[in-house]
Ligand binder design. Sequence first.
Ligand code: C2E
Ligand code: CA
Ligand code: CA
Length: 524
Amino acid sequence: MDKGIPRLIIIYGLCVLSIAGPCLAVALASSRISLRQQQDRAETIAADILRRALRVSAQTRASFAALRRSPDGIVCSESHIELMRQIVVKSYLLLDVGIARDDQLLCSSFGKKPVNIGSPSYLSATGNLIRNNVGHPMLLDGKMLIITEATSGVSVEIHEDTILDVSPVDSGLVIGLVGWSKRHIMMRRGDFDFNRIRGPDSEFDGFSYDGRSLIAWKRSTNADFAAVVVVGSSEILASWRQVAWMIAPLGILTCLSLLFVVRQFVRQQASLPTRIKRGLEREQFFLVYQPIVELATGRTVGAEALVRWRLDDGDLIGPDIFIPEAERHHLIEKITERVITLFERDAAGLLTRNPDIFIALNFSAEDLCSSDLCFRLRQCISRMGIQPGQLHVEATERVFINHERVNQNLKALNVEGIPTAIDDFGTGYSSLAYLTSLQVNCLKIDKAFIDTIGMESVTSHVVNHIIEMAKSLNLEMVAEGVEAEQQAIYLREHGVKFAQGWLFSKPLSIEQFTHRVGETGESK
Ligand code: C2E
Ligand code: CA
Ligand code: CA
């Protein structure tokens, strides 16, 4: 339980991250992509509007220059109006040109009939009077922009469509031409407060996004106006949704992949104890037997049973991984129970036919503290019909330390005639004092010390001390992990009688081990 709750939180956390991470990434990426798309779109349209406005501006300047002086010196004379007609025909962008005084257009290319055009909307930075949204007597629904040179009264009339009829433009956009220095509206489609445009006046191209609207503008370099395009929040949202749908499959795929990784992780890490329990139910555990030989003759005298775990998919998990985990989660007694059952099933025939052969089983601390260990082993021995000496008990020296219960079990096993061995001797707290107090029969010298034989290392002398200690206490010795002939010779010469290791044999199946015993036949 104590480990379960945080683990559960970690699993939920990983799942939430696996889902939320890709969702957030899709949301952020689609927001950036759609903003970029809308910015490009707005900039393209603004550039188009500015291009049109600059052409109109050029024709306006030319008209001002031509009409400032009437050919005959009389303002609005026939020849002056004739000149106006010629200019309108040549300048295809201007709808009309004329002379304005106060709120009237005194004459224009249409003739000498004064028309009321209202007062100017503002005076531009370049000295022109601007009237916007003006009606025309010939174009009732038309929206005109009238630009009047303040000094001469020469005026040009431009239809808004000439500048704003850009394509593609739909209802979602606000477009306009703005007097830049004071943000005066010259013409526009859609409603927008152009005072919201914030940007450095030194820049001729600009772009801003305030979380609601995206504004792009392009300014004329020599006149005081700018083309402005505003993309509203609903347009941005629609574009964001469209992009999000496009990249959503990628997000879903990432999400599923992450969840798969979490699932694998959970399966591998989180539930090893659960998997051990399931493995026991499904009988996935089995034993292999590593021969123990007499060094003097090479005769096989017994074997150590080593447990293996094969999953349904064929994967093999080593005891180094699952035994410590089983010990931590109090599952080791269940494994030991299965090991005893497997040992009984595997070895009964072999051991009854070969009374000189023994098999050693490994036990953990919890097993050796159990009050009925001795009783269970006695029953096992009697069911198999073997001698008590044919079953050996192995446990690491850490198991024996300071445990009254363990000592009682050792005594009881001794009484039963079941030999006991200290496993991995030398790696724990071995001291002569504690060795003398224990009722054990054998020391298994750990591979770490056997490996130092023939080497000039600090620990290479320890093996001699262990051998001497065992001899003085009259204990049998089995050298573990013997891999080289030179090690075997050294051990034999120093009085170690038995050994196991890859030099003699790797762990075998019970059939292979039975065959090995039968083949040599020395034990009979
Ligand atoms: P252990 O009891 O010290 O077992 C000896 C280990 O050394 C075995 O590894 C064996 O395969 C390996 N070995 C033997 N000879 C050589 C050699 O020449 N060279 C090398 N490199 N290795 C060699 P294994 O089978 O992986 O077992 C690891 C440990 O798992 C065992 O160490 C033992 O502590 C534990 N274990 C295995 N079976 C059981 C069991 O049934 N019950 C309990 N409680 N523990 C077990
Ligand atoms: Ca062992
Ligand atoms: Ca060992």
